[in-house]
Ligand binder design. Structure first.
Ligand code: AVJ
Ligand code: FE
Length: 434
Protein backbone atom coordinates (compact mmCIF):
# COMPACT_ATOMS: atom_id res chain seq x y z
CA UNK A 1 0.00 0.00 0.00
CA UNK A 2 1.14 3.57 -0.64
CA UNK A 3 2.58 5.60 2.21
CA UNK A 4 1.24 8.61 4.05
CA UNK A 5 3.71 11.04 5.62
CA UNK A 6 4.95 10.49 9.21
CA UNK A 7 3.10 13.44 10.71
CA UNK A 8 -0.23 12.62 9.09
CA UNK A 9 0.28 9.01 10.09
CA UNK A 10 0.84 9.92 13.73
CA UNK A 11 -2.19 12.18 13.78
CA UNK A 12 -4.54 9.81 11.98
CA UNK A 13 -3.38 6.76 13.90
CA UNK A 14 -3.67 8.48 17.27
CA UNK A 15 -7.16 9.73 16.48
CA UNK A 16 -8.33 6.33 15.20
CA UNK A 17 -6.87 4.40 18.14
CA UNK A 18 -8.32 6.83 20.69
CA UNK A 19 -11.79 6.77 19.13
CA UNK A 20 -11.73 2.98 19.17
CA UNK A 21 -10.59 2.76 22.79
CA UNK A 22 -13.25 5.21 23.98
CA UNK A 23 -15.86 2.99 22.38
CA UNK A 24 -14.33 -0.19 23.80
CA UNK A 25 -14.39 1.43 27.24
CA UNK A 26 -18.08 2.32 26.88
CA UNK A 27 -19.01 -1.20 25.76
CA UNK A 28 -17.12 -2.83 28.62
CA UNK A 29 -18.14 -0.50 31.47
CA UNK A 30 -21.87 -0.09 30.79
CA UNK A 31 -22.46 -3.55 32.29
CA UNK A 32 -20.78 -4.99 35.38
CA UNK A 33 -18.30 -7.83 35.93
CA UNK A 34 -20.64 -10.84 35.75
CA UNK A 35 -22.09 -9.54 32.47
CA UNK A 36 -18.58 -9.19 31.05
CA UNK A 37 -17.59 -12.80 31.79
CA UNK A 38 -20.97 -14.39 30.97
CA UNK A 39 -21.63 -15.85 27.54
CA UNK A 40 -24.81 -14.19 26.30
CA UNK A 41 -25.06 -16.45 23.25
CA UNK A 42 -23.02 -19.44 22.02
CA UNK A 43 -22.54 -17.40 18.83
CA UNK A 44 -20.50 -14.80 20.68
CA UNK A 45 -17.50 -14.55 22.99
CA UNK A 46 -17.80 -13.20 26.52
CA UNK A 47 -17.19 -9.44 26.31
CA UNK A 48 -14.06 -9.85 28.42
CA UNK A 49 -12.58 -12.11 25.71
CA UNK A 50 -13.03 -9.40 23.06
CA UNK A 51 -11.41 -6.88 25.40
CA UNK A 52 -8.22 -8.87 25.98
CA UNK A 53 -8.16 -10.09 22.34
CA UNK A 54 -8.15 -6.44 21.23
CA UNK A 55 -5.11 -5.84 23.45
CA UNK A 56 -3.42 -9.05 22.34
CA UNK A 57 -3.75 -8.28 18.60
CA UNK A 58 -2.43 -4.79 19.25
CA UNK A 59 0.53 -6.23 21.13
CA UNK A 60 1.19 -8.73 18.36
CA UNK A 61 1.09 -6.25 15.44
CA UNK A 62 2.23 -2.94 16.92
CA UNK A 63 4.64 -4.00 19.64
CA UNK A 64 6.08 -7.29 18.43
CA UNK A 65 5.87 -6.94 14.64
CA UNK A 66 6.34 -3.19 14.10
CA UNK A 67 8.58 -2.40 17.09
CA UNK A 68 10.28 -5.81 17.50
CA UNK A 69 9.47 -6.05 21.21
CA UNK A 70 9.36 -9.25 23.26
CA UNK A 71 6.00 -10.80 24.11
CA UNK A 72 4.57 -9.28 27.30
CA UNK A 73 2.63 -12.37 28.36
CA UNK A 74 3.37 -15.21 25.92
CA UNK A 75 1.29 -17.61 28.03
CA UNK A 76 -1.98 -15.85 27.14
CA UNK A 77 -1.51 -15.76 23.34
CA UNK A 78 -3.27 -19.10 22.84
CA UNK A 79 -6.32 -18.02 24.83
CA UNK A 80 -6.91 -15.06 22.53
CA UNK A 81 -6.14 -16.77 19.24
CA UNK A 82 -9.51 -16.88 17.48
CA UNK A 83 -8.47 -19.97 15.52
CA UNK A 84 -7.38 -21.99 18.53
CA UNK A 85 -10.69 -21.76 20.38
CA UNK A 86 -14.14 -21.42 18.76
CA UNK A 87 -16.44 -18.84 20.35
CA UNK A 88 -18.63 -21.46 22.05
CA UNK A 89 -15.74 -22.77 24.17
CA UNK A 90 -14.23 -19.40 25.15
CA UNK A 91 -16.16 -19.00 28.44
CA UNK A 92 -14.55 -22.17 29.80
CA UNK A 93 -10.98 -20.88 29.22
CA UNK A 94 -8.91 -19.38 32.05
CA UNK A 95 -9.47 -15.86 30.64
CA UNK A 96 -8.04 -12.75 32.28
CA UNK A 97 -10.71 -11.38 34.64
CA UNK A 98 -12.15 -7.94 33.69
CA UNK A 99 -9.72 -5.82 35.71
CA UNK A 100 -6.69 -7.69 34.43
CA UNK A 101 -7.93 -7.62 30.84
CA UNK A 102 -8.44 -3.86 31.11
CA UNK A 103 -5.01 -3.36 32.63
CA UNK A 104 -3.35 -5.50 29.94
CA UNK A 105 -5.07 -3.64 27.07
CA UNK A 106 -4.16 -0.28 28.64
CA UNK A 107 -0.53 -1.29 29.10
CA UNK A 108 -0.27 -2.41 25.48
CA UNK A 109 -1.86 0.86 24.38
CA UNK A 110 0.59 2.95 26.40
CA UNK A 111 3.51 1.19 24.73
CA UNK A 112 1.93 1.37 21.26
CA UNK A 113 1.51 5.14 21.58
CA UNK A 114 5.13 5.37 22.66
CA UNK A 115 6.13 3.49 19.48
CA UNK A 116 3.94 5.78 17.40
CA UNK A 117 5.37 8.91 19.02
CA UNK A 118 9.05 8.02 19.20
CA UNK A 119 9.94 5.77 16.25
CA UNK A 120 11.41 7.67 13.28
CA UNK A 121 9.45 5.77 10.62
CA UNK A 122 10.73 6.18 7.08
CA UNK A 123 10.34 4.62 3.65
CA UNK A 124 9.16 1.04 3.66
CA UNK A 125 8.98 0.91 7.47
CA UNK A 126 6.68 3.92 7.41
CA UNK A 127 4.40 2.22 4.87
CA UNK A 128 4.28 -0.95 6.90
CA UNK A 129 3.83 0.77 10.24
CA UNK A 130 1.15 3.05 8.80
CA UNK A 131 -0.81 0.07 7.61
CA UNK A 132 -0.36 -1.82 10.90
CA UNK A 133 -1.71 1.10 12.96
CA UNK A 134 -4.69 1.46 10.60
CA UNK A 135 -5.36 -2.26 10.65
CA UNK A 136 -5.29 -2.36 14.46
CA UNK A 137 -7.67 0.60 14.79
CA UNK A 138 -10.04 -1.15 12.37
CA UNK A 139 -9.62 -4.43 14.22
CA UNK A 140 -10.65 -2.84 17.52
CA UNK A 141 -13.65 -1.17 15.86
CA UNK A 142 -14.68 -4.49 14.29
CA UNK A 143 -14.65 -6.08 17.73
CA UNK A 144 -16.58 -3.09 19.09
CA UNK A 145 -19.30 -3.92 16.57
CA UNK A 146 -19.04 -7.57 17.65
CA UNK A 147 -19.47 -6.49 21.27
CA UNK A 148 -22.49 -4.37 20.33
CA UNK A 149 -23.99 -7.50 18.75
CA UNK A 150 -23.39 -9.26 22.08
CA UNK A 151 -25.10 -6.40 23.91
CA UNK A 152 -28.13 -6.78 21.63
CA UNK A 153 -28.25 -10.53 22.40
CA UNK A 154 -27.92 -9.97 26.13
CA UNK A 155 -31.11 -10.30 28.18
CA UNK A 156 -31.81 -7.72 30.86
CA UNK A 157 -32.43 -4.02 31.25
CA UNK A 158 -31.08 -1.36 28.94
CA UNK A 159 -27.36 -0.65 29.39
CA UNK A 160 -26.71 1.62 26.39
CA UNK A 161 -28.49 4.76 25.24
CA UNK A 162 -28.09 7.03 22.22
CA UNK A 163 -30.30 9.62 20.55
CA UNK A 164 -32.52 8.39 17.72
CA UNK A 165 -31.74 9.49 14.14
CA UNK A 166 -33.50 12.62 12.90
CA UNK A 167 -37.03 11.83 11.73
CA UNK A 168 -37.51 12.37 7.99
CA UNK A 169 -40.55 12.66 5.74
CA UNK A 170 -41.36 9.24 4.24
CA UNK A 171 -39.19 8.72 1.16
CA UNK A 172 -41.21 9.45 -1.98
CA UNK A 173 -38.60 9.43 -4.76
CA UNK A 174 -38.14 6.67 -7.35
CA UNK A 175 -37.98 3.20 -5.76
CA UNK A 176 -35.15 2.05 -8.00
CA UNK A 177 -32.32 3.44 -10.10
CA UNK A 178 -30.92 2.25 -13.43
CA UNK A 179 -27.17 1.67 -13.34
CA UNK A 180 -25.80 1.68 -16.90
CA UNK A 181 -23.90 -1.34 -18.22
CA UNK A 182 -20.17 -1.33 -18.93
CA UNK A 183 -16.85 -1.42 -17.15
CA UNK A 184 -16.01 0.13 -13.78
CA UNK A 185 -13.11 -0.07 -11.36
CA UNK A 186 -13.74 -2.39 -8.41
CA UNK A 187 -11.50 -2.59 -5.34
CA UNK A 188 -8.58 -0.29 -4.60
CA UNK A 189 -4.80 -0.11 -4.86
CA UNK A 190 -4.49 3.37 -3.38
CA UNK A 191 -6.57 3.51 -0.18
CA UNK A 192 -3.84 3.34 2.51
CA UNK A 193 -5.88 1.48 5.12
CA UNK A 194 -7.82 -0.82 2.78
CA UNK A 195 -7.44 -4.44 3.91
CA UNK A 196 -6.00 -7.20 1.75
CA UNK A 197 -9.32 -8.48 0.40
CA UNK A 198 -10.24 -5.04 -1.02
CA UNK A 199 -7.15 -5.10 -3.27
CA UNK A 200 -6.11 -4.67 -6.01
CA UNK A 201 -8.18 -2.26 -8.13
CA UNK A 202 -9.34 -4.08 -11.27
CA UNK A 203 -11.83 -3.54 -14.06
CA UNK A 204 -15.17 -5.37 -14.02
CA UNK A 205 -17.80 -5.24 -16.70
CA UNK A 206 -21.30 -5.24 -15.28
CA UNK A 207 -24.39 -5.31 -17.52
CA UNK A 208 -27.08 -2.67 -16.87
CA UNK A 209 -29.26 -3.36 -13.84
CA UNK A 210 -31.80 -1.69 -11.57
CA UNK A 211 -31.16 -1.38 -7.84
CA UNK A 212 -33.39 -0.24 -4.97
CA UNK A 213 -32.88 3.41 -4.01
CA UNK A 214 -33.06 2.52 -0.29
CA UNK A 215 -32.67 -0.62 1.79
CA UNK A 216 -35.78 -2.83 2.12
CA UNK A 217 -37.95 -1.53 4.99
CA UNK A 218 -39.70 -3.30 7.85
CA UNK A 219 -43.05 -2.46 6.24
CA UNK A 220 -42.04 -4.12 2.97
CA UNK A 221 -40.61 -7.12 4.78
CA UNK A 222 -43.75 -7.42 6.87
CA UNK A 223 -45.81 -7.64 3.65
CA UNK A 224 -43.68 -10.67 2.69
CA UNK A 225 -44.38 -12.27 6.08
CA UNK A 226 -48.09 -11.53 5.91
CA UNK A 227 -48.32 -12.87 2.38
CA UNK A 228 -47.18 -16.23 3.81
CA UNK A 229 -43.58 -15.85 2.64
CA UNK A 230 -42.25 -18.18 5.33
CA UNK A 231 -44.79 -20.88 4.40
CA UNK A 232 -44.08 -21.06 0.69
CA UNK A 233 -41.21 -23.26 -0.32
CA UNK A 234 -40.98 -21.74 -3.80
CA UNK A 235 -39.39 -18.51 -2.55
CA UNK A 236 -36.53 -20.30 -0.76
CA UNK A 237 -33.34 -22.03 -1.79
CA UNK A 238 -33.41 -25.69 -0.66
CA UNK A 239 -30.88 -24.91 2.11
CA UNK A 240 -32.82 -21.83 3.19
CA UNK A 241 -36.10 -23.74 3.30
CA UNK A 242 -34.52 -26.57 5.34
CA UNK A 243 -33.04 -24.00 7.71
CA UNK A 244 -36.24 -22.06 8.46
CA UNK A 245 -38.25 -25.29 8.83
CA UNK A 246 -35.71 -26.93 11.15
CA UNK A 247 -35.49 -23.86 13.36
CA UNK A 248 -39.14 -22.80 13.11
CA UNK A 249 -38.29 -19.28 11.85
CA UNK A 250 -41.12 -17.01 10.76
CA UNK A 251 -39.80 -13.44 11.17
CA UNK A 252 -36.51 -11.54 11.64
CA UNK A 253 -34.55 -12.17 14.82
CA UNK A 254 -35.96 -10.23 17.81
CA UNK A 255 -39.43 -9.87 16.23
CA UNK A 256 -42.47 -11.20 18.07
CA UNK A 257 -46.15 -10.98 17.15
CA UNK A 258 -48.53 -9.83 19.87
CA UNK A 259 -52.18 -9.54 18.90
CA UNK A 260 -52.05 -8.06 15.42
CA UNK A 261 -48.86 -6.13 16.13
CA UNK A 262 -45.18 -6.84 15.53
CA UNK A 263 -42.88 -5.97 18.41
CA UNK A 264 -39.13 -6.24 18.65
CA UNK A 265 -36.58 -6.20 21.40
CA UNK A 266 -33.81 -3.68 20.85
CA UNK A 267 -31.00 -3.18 23.39
CA UNK A 268 -33.18 -4.03 26.38
CA UNK A 269 -36.31 -2.15 25.22
CA UNK A 270 -39.37 -3.58 23.49
CA UNK A 271 -40.97 -1.38 20.84
CA UNK A 272 -43.36 -1.62 17.90
CA UNK A 273 -41.48 -2.50 14.70
CA UNK A 274 -40.98 0.90 12.98
CA UNK A 275 -42.36 0.58 9.43
CA UNK A 276 -39.97 3.01 7.69
CA UNK A 277 -36.73 1.64 9.11
CA UNK A 278 -34.55 -0.71 7.06
CA UNK A 279 -35.20 -4.32 8.08
CA UNK A 280 -32.49 -5.61 10.40
CA UNK A 281 -31.39 -9.04 11.67
CA UNK A 282 -32.28 -11.13 8.63
CA UNK A 283 -30.20 -14.00 7.29
CA UNK A 284 -29.00 -14.26 3.69
CA UNK A 285 -31.63 -16.96 3.19
CA UNK A 286 -34.40 -14.58 4.27
CA UNK A 287 -33.06 -11.71 2.15
CA UNK A 288 -32.82 -14.00 -0.86
CA UNK A 289 -36.36 -15.38 -0.34
CA UNK A 290 -37.82 -11.89 0.06
CA UNK A 291 -36.16 -10.78 -3.18
CA UNK A 292 -37.61 -13.75 -5.09
CA UNK A 293 -41.07 -13.08 -3.63
CA UNK A 294 -40.75 -9.45 -4.80
CA UNK A 295 -39.88 -10.65 -8.34
CA UNK A 296 -36.32 -9.43 -7.86
CA UNK A 297 -32.94 -10.72 -6.67
CA UNK A 298 -30.06 -9.69 -4.45
CA UNK A 299 -27.43 -7.54 -6.19
CA UNK A 300 -24.09 -9.17 -6.86
CA UNK A 301 -21.16 -7.74 -4.97
CA UNK A 302 -19.87 -6.08 -8.18
CA UNK A 303 -23.30 -4.52 -8.81
CA UNK A 304 -23.40 -3.20 -5.27
CA UNK A 305 -19.96 -1.62 -5.59
CA UNK A 306 -20.73 -0.17 -9.00
CA UNK A 307 -23.91 1.42 -7.60
CA UNK A 308 -21.89 2.78 -4.67
CA UNK A 309 -18.74 4.05 -6.41
CA UNK A 310 -19.15 4.46 -10.16
CA UNK A 311 -19.54 8.03 -11.37
CA UNK A 312 -21.09 7.83 -14.85
CA UNK A 313 -20.04 11.43 -15.61
CA UNK A 314 -16.31 10.77 -15.23
CA UNK A 315 -16.08 6.98 -15.39
CA UNK A 316 -14.14 7.08 -12.11
CA UNK A 317 -14.80 5.05 -8.99
CA UNK A 318 -15.25 7.21 -5.88
CA UNK A 319 -14.14 6.32 -2.37
CA UNK A 320 -17.74 6.69 -1.16
CA UNK A 321 -21.11 7.20 -2.87
CA UNK A 322 -21.01 10.96 -2.15
CA UNK A 323 -17.44 11.45 -3.38
CA UNK A 324 -13.96 11.17 -1.93
CA UNK A 325 -14.50 13.04 1.37
CA UNK A 326 -14.29 11.04 4.59
CA UNK A 327 -17.73 10.24 6.08
CA UNK A 328 -19.39 13.09 8.02
CA UNK A 329 -22.64 12.86 10.01
CA UNK A 330 -24.71 14.25 7.11
CA UNK A 331 -23.52 11.45 4.81
CA UNK A 332 -24.29 8.31 6.73
CA UNK A 333 -25.38 6.67 9.97
CA UNK A 334 -22.09 5.24 11.23
CA UNK A 335 -20.07 4.88 14.42
CA UNK A 336 -22.81 3.89 16.91
CA UNK A 337 -23.99 7.52 17.05
CA UNK A 338 -27.42 5.92 17.07
CA UNK A 339 -28.42 2.46 18.19
CA UNK A 340 -30.58 1.82 15.13
CA UNK A 341 -30.73 2.40 11.39
CA UNK A 342 -32.23 5.67 10.16
CA UNK A 343 -35.52 5.64 8.22
CA UNK A 344 -35.28 4.65 4.55
CA UNK A 345 -34.54 7.72 2.45
CA UNK A 346 -32.44 9.47 5.08
CA UNK A 347 -29.09 11.16 4.28
CA UNK A 348 -29.74 12.65 0.82
CA UNK A 349 -26.26 14.22 1.09
CA UNK A 350 -24.81 10.70 1.13
CA UNK A 351 -26.51 9.58 -2.10
CA UNK A 352 -24.53 8.18 -5.03
CA UNK A 353 -24.30 10.11 -8.35
CA UNK A 354 -27.31 8.13 -9.59
CA UNK A 355 -29.27 8.84 -6.41
CA UNK A 356 -28.92 5.57 -4.50
CA UNK A 357 -29.21 6.24 -0.76
CA UNK A 358 -27.86 4.71 2.44
CA UNK A 359 -25.37 2.44 0.73
CA UNK A 360 -22.95 3.31 3.52
CA UNK A 361 -24.11 2.91 7.13
CA UNK A 362 -27.48 1.90 8.64
CA UNK A 363 -27.48 -1.83 7.80
CA UNK A 364 -24.97 -4.28 6.34
CA UNK A 365 -26.38 -5.35 2.98
CA UNK A 366 -26.34 -8.98 1.92
CA UNK A 367 -25.18 -9.53 -1.66
CA UNK A 368 -25.69 -12.55 -3.90
CA UNK A 369 -21.94 -13.22 -3.97
CA UNK A 370 -19.63 -15.69 -2.24
CA UNK A 371 -16.48 -14.28 -0.61
CA UNK A 372 -13.76 -14.71 -3.26
CA UNK A 373 -10.37 -13.08 -3.83
CA UNK A 374 -9.99 -10.39 -6.48
CA UNK A 375 -7.65 -11.15 -9.39
CA UNK A 376 -4.11 -10.42 -8.13
CA UNK A 377 -5.05 -10.87 -4.45
CA UNK A 378 -2.13 -11.04 -2.04
CA UNK A 379 -2.70 -12.08 1.58
CA UNK A 380 -1.22 -9.63 4.10
CA UNK A 381 -0.23 -9.25 6.77
CA UNK A 382 -1.75 -12.60 7.77
CA UNK A 383 -3.69 -15.29 5.89
CA UNK A 384 -6.24 -15.61 8.68
CA UNK A 385 -7.69 -12.14 8.09
CA UNK A 386 -9.49 -13.16 4.93
CA UNK A 387 -7.78 -15.79 2.79
CA UNK A 388 -8.87 -18.72 4.94
CA UNK A 389 -12.51 -17.65 4.48
CA UNK A 390 -12.53 -17.54 0.66
CA UNK A 391 -14.97 -19.98 -0.91
CA UNK A 392 -18.67 -20.78 -1.22
CA UNK A 393 -19.41 -21.01 2.52
CA UNK A 394 -19.55 -17.27 3.13
CA UNK A 395 -21.73 -14.57 1.56
CA UNK A 396 -20.48 -11.01 1.20
CA UNK A 397 -22.13 -8.09 3.00
CA UNK A 398 -21.43 -4.50 1.97
CA UNK A 399 -21.80 -0.93 3.14
CA UNK A 400 -21.54 -1.16 6.92
CA UNK A 401 -24.16 -0.70 9.63
CA UNK A 402 -24.90 2.02 12.19
CA UNK A 403 -22.42 0.08 14.37
CA UNK A 404 -19.45 0.45 12.02
CA UNK A 405 -16.93 3.19 12.65
CA UNK A 406 -15.89 5.29 9.64
CA UNK A 407 -12.32 3.97 9.96
CA UNK A 408 -13.60 0.49 9.10
CA UNK A 409 -15.96 1.53 6.32
CA UNK A 410 -15.29 2.34 2.67
CA UNK A 411 -16.95 1.86 -0.70
CA UNK A 412 -14.55 -1.05 -1.13
CA UNK A 413 -14.90 -2.62 2.34
CA UNK A 414 -15.95 -6.30 2.34
CA UNK A 415 -17.62 -8.15 5.20
CA UNK A 416 -18.80 -11.76 5.14
CA UNK A 417 -20.73 -14.32 7.14
CA UNK A 418 -22.54 -17.63 6.90
CA UNK A 419 -25.91 -17.39 5.11
CA UNK A 420 -27.76 -18.49 8.28
CA UNK A 421 -26.40 -15.68 10.44
CA UNK A 422 -28.69 -12.88 11.57
CA UNK A 423 -27.48 -11.72 14.96
CA UNK A 424 -25.30 -9.32 12.92
CA UNK A 425 -26.68 -5.92 11.89
CA UNK A 426 -27.77 -7.25 8.50
CA UNK A 427 -30.37 -6.02 6.04
CA UNK A 428 -30.42 -5.80 2.25
CA UNK A 429 -31.68 -4.12 -0.88
CA UNK A 430 -32.82 -5.81 -4.08
CA UNK A 431 -31.97 -5.52 -7.80
CA UNK A 432 -33.14 -6.77 -11.19
CA UNK A 433 -31.67 -7.11 -14.68
CA UNK A 434 -32.32 -4.13 -16.94
C1 AVJ B 1 -14.46 -9.27 8.84
C2 AVJ B 1 -16.10 -8.95 10.53
C3 AVJ B 1 -15.86 -11.08 9.46
O1 AVJ B 1 -15.26 -10.28 13.10
O2 AVJ B 1 -14.87 -12.21 12.22
C4 AVJ B 1 -11.92 -9.50 13.67
C5 AVJ B 1 -13.21 -9.24 11.46
N1 AVJ B 1 -11.08 -10.52 11.96
N2 AVJ B 1 -10.82 -10.15 14.07
C6 AVJ B 1 -14.79 -10.98 12.21
C7 AVJ B 1 -12.10 -9.74 12.35
C8 AVJ B 1 -10.31 -10.78 13.05
C9 AVJ B 1 -14.11 -10.36 11.00
N3 AVJ B 1 -15.11 -9.91 9.97
FE1 FE C 1 -10.09 -10.32 16.05
Amino acid sequence: PPAIGPERLRERALRALTTARDRTALLTTCVDGPDLVAQHSPLMSPLVWDLAHIGNQEELWLLRTVAGREAMRPEIDGLYDAFEHPRAERPSLPLLPPDEARRYAAEVRGRALDVLENTPFEGRRLTEAGFAFGMIAQHEQQHDETMLITHQLRRGPRALTAPDPEPVAPYSGPSEVLVPGGPFTMGTSTEPWALDNERPAHVRTVPAFHIDTTPVTNAAYRAFIEDGGYDEERWWTPQGWAHIRTHGLDAPLYWRREGGEWLRRRFGVTEAVPPDEPVLHVSWYEADAYARWAGRRLPTEAEWEKAARHDPATGRSRRYPWGDADPAPEHANLGQRHLRPAPAGSYPAGASPLGVRQLIGDVWEWTASDLLPYPGFNAFPYKEYSEVFFGPEYKVLRGGSFAVDPVACRGTFRNWDYPVRRQIFSGFRTARDA
